[in-house]
Design a binder for this molecule. Structure first.
Ligand SMILES: NC(=O)c1ccc[n+]([C@@H]2O[C@H](COP(=O)([O-])OP(=O)(O)OC[C@H]3O[C@@H](n4cnc5c(N)ncnc54)[C@H](O)[C@@H]3O)[C@@H](O)[C@H]2O)c1
Ligand SMILES: O=C(O)[C@H](O)COP(=O)(O)O
Length: 529
């Protein structure tokens, strides 16, 4: 009996025990390695099927390219800016997160920092602990009836809006992707551009992802346009506020206070903001609550195991979801497509530039993306490229393959079939019996019906008596056994195609004898699947 190896999951940051328990209960081997440096991660990763991180682990292209067995990267939290999603997509690795796990904690941290900054709470605490009693020094400002500008009205931004409304704040917001209905429901007046909204706010809070557009969204021009004494909060991502110029505007007294939880480079132990009493800094604590961590651990354990078991991962950020009904309809054809792809690459001896896939019969109209992925995977199998619906388009593009798909109600006598044409070379498969074994039903336009074995010889020649006898004699004397055979004819051209499953290795010498013995041979291929 062959022992089945347990799948291995690497966890590089603190994950709730509840999450680790789920992974172990599913039979995975879980290693929690909290001290890995970047080189250590590159060295360790080839052994693992899944990787679970929080925000501190940089899952770079180098890590992903070293990860020979990796199928899933799970982010136990929201932000996935520490993961090279493009590199993962190219390698067919699913990236998923736990997008609702810590949003309440992040929103509460935002309110906490806004209040603490407005009331100078941390400064007053430090003064008290210094043995002082300085009541007038720490006079603050109320939130009530102040204007709060919220940048990013997604999950956290929305929760902040609800909480700020309870404090009696006037809410304005900027988020080009937020619908007017959602803004209205949140009680936020939406603005179309940053310049219009910035001068109106007494408090500004950002709840944006880290992207090319959001990094540096606030710099000298925006700070200069703000109200005097404005208070800024950032529990989203470092870099959205330009920190160097923020320090200048705090020093000049233009900005009344800032509360920052996140930094461009973390851990952050040095910052131009350290010198200011009216700036509160916390070490990325937005998600650091018992509740958020338990949720993040449990959710990511479930999503990662779904990815490892080949099920749909509901929070995959780079996965075109394949609904179960589509999977049921076309999924069984994936092995047939891999087989056809592999045969086409061996027959043509090159990567095709043009690939057309036709889904016929009961497959007509179904989403063909996993069939395309399967075919590409077969074509590129000799290069060991993993292709899934996640990366199929990117892989095809990278290899210069133009892909087209079409549907046809008629499967030429079969209930269903898939045909693939690669640079003019055609092959079609159907699935036979309840075991759904792939059978080749057409090759180069010859009608045949054969389940290909792991080794086959394919002959194309001008038909003449005695050819099959010659093949049998040559193979027989070389100790090669013919297990199954099918002959297809093109009557008009008098051409024949013989598809022969064989046992025993066919070396170059035998191929030479076959070519010589058969005389008018048009083509001969030895295909291994
Ligand atoms: N400090 C923490 O511990 C902590 C915890 C949770 C989340 N976060 C961070 O908070 C941020 C928000 O998280 P979320 O869960 O609300 O994300 P989300 O995706 O639900 O919301 C982000 C919002 O930003 C908007 N947006 C995107 N690009 C924009 C642009 N260029 N201009 C204006 N709006 C834009 C989107 O439309 C969306 O509504 C993320 O960066 C996340 O990583 C931090
Ligand atoms: O994006 C997030 O989920 C937060 O920034 C939390 O990050 P953490 O899991 O590293 O605390």
């Amino acid at each position: 009996m062959v022992a089945v190896m347990a799948k291995k999951v690497l966890v590089t940051e603190k994950l709730a025990e509840a999450g680790l328990d789920i992974l172990r209960s599913k039979g995975y081997e879980v290693d929690v390695l909290l001290e890995l440096d970047p080189e250590g991660l590159v060295d360790a990763i080839p052994a693992y099927d899944a990787l679970i991180v929080r925000s501190a682990t940089k899952v770079t292209r180098e890590v992903i390219e070293a990860a020979a067995n990796l199928r899933v990267i799970g982010r136990a939290g929201v932000g996935i800016d520490n993961v090279d999603v493009e590199a993962a997509t190219e390698r067919g690795v699913i990236v998923c997160n736990a997008p609702t796990s810590n949003i309440v904690s992040a929103a509460e941290q935002t309110m906490c920092l806004m209040l603490a900054c407005a009331r100078k709470t941390p400064q007053a605490v430090a003064s008290m602990k210094d043995g002082k009693w300085e009541r007038s020094k720490f006079s603050g400002t109320e939130l009530f009836e102040k204007t709060l500008a919220i940048f990013g009205l997604g999950r956290v931004g929305g929760l902040v809006a609800e909480r700020a409304r309870a404090f009696g704040m006037n809410l304005i917001g900027y988020d080009p992707y937020c619908s007017p209905e959602r803004a209205e429901q949140l009680g936020v007046e939406l603005y179309d551009n940053v310049d219009d909204i910035v001068p109106l706010a007494d408090f500004i809070t950002v709840h944006l992802p880290k992207t090319k557009e959001t990094i540096g969204m606030f710099g000298p021009a925006q700070y200069a346009a703000m109200k005097d004494g404005v208070i800024l909060v950032n529990t989203a991502r470092g870099g959205i506020y330009n920190i160097e110029s923020l320090a200048d505007f705090v020093a000049a007294g233009k900005i009344g206070g800032a509360a920052i939880d996140v930094y461009e480079a973390e851990p952050c132990t040095e910052s131009p903001l350290h010198e200011f009493d009216n700036v509160i800094l916390t070490p990325h604590l937005g998600a650091s609550t018992k509740e958020a961590q338990t949720r993040a651990g449990i959710q990511i354990a479930e999503y990662v195991s779904a990815g490892l078991e080949g099920s749909i991962v509901p929070t995959a950020v780079n996965m075109a979801l394949v609904p179960p009904e589509i999977m049921d309809a076309v999924g069984p054809y994936v092995p047939a497509c891999q087989l056809m792809g592999s045969m086409l690459a061996q027959i043509d001896g090159d990567i095709p530039q043009y690939l057309k896939l036709t889904a016929a019969g009961s497959l007509a109209g179904a989403d063909p993306s996993i069939l395309v992925a399967g075919t590409l995977g077969g074509i590129l199998s000799y290069k060991n490229v993993a292709v899934t619906p996640v990366n199929a388009e990117a892989v095809a593009k990278r290899h210069g393959i133009k892909v087209e798909t079409q549907s046809r109600p008629d499967a030429q006598g079969y209930a269903s079939a898939v045909s693939v044409v690669a640079d003019g070379t055609e092959i079609s498969c159907t699935l036979a019996d309840t075991a759904q074994v792939p059978r080749i039903v057409s090759l180069f336009g010859y009608q045949i019906d054969i389940a290909p074995a792991s080794q086959s010889l394919i002959f194309e020649y001008v038909d003449a008596p005695g050819k099959i006898g010659t093949i049998g004699t040559i193979l027989g004397s070389a100790g090669i056994n013919i297990t199954t055979m099918q002959v297809g004819m093109k009557e008009k051209e008098k051409n024949a195609l013989v598809y022969m499953n064989v046992e025993g290795d066919v070396d170059d010498a035998i191929m030479g004898k076959l070519r010589e013995g058969l005389g008018e041979l048009k083509n001969l291929w030895y295909v291994k699947l």
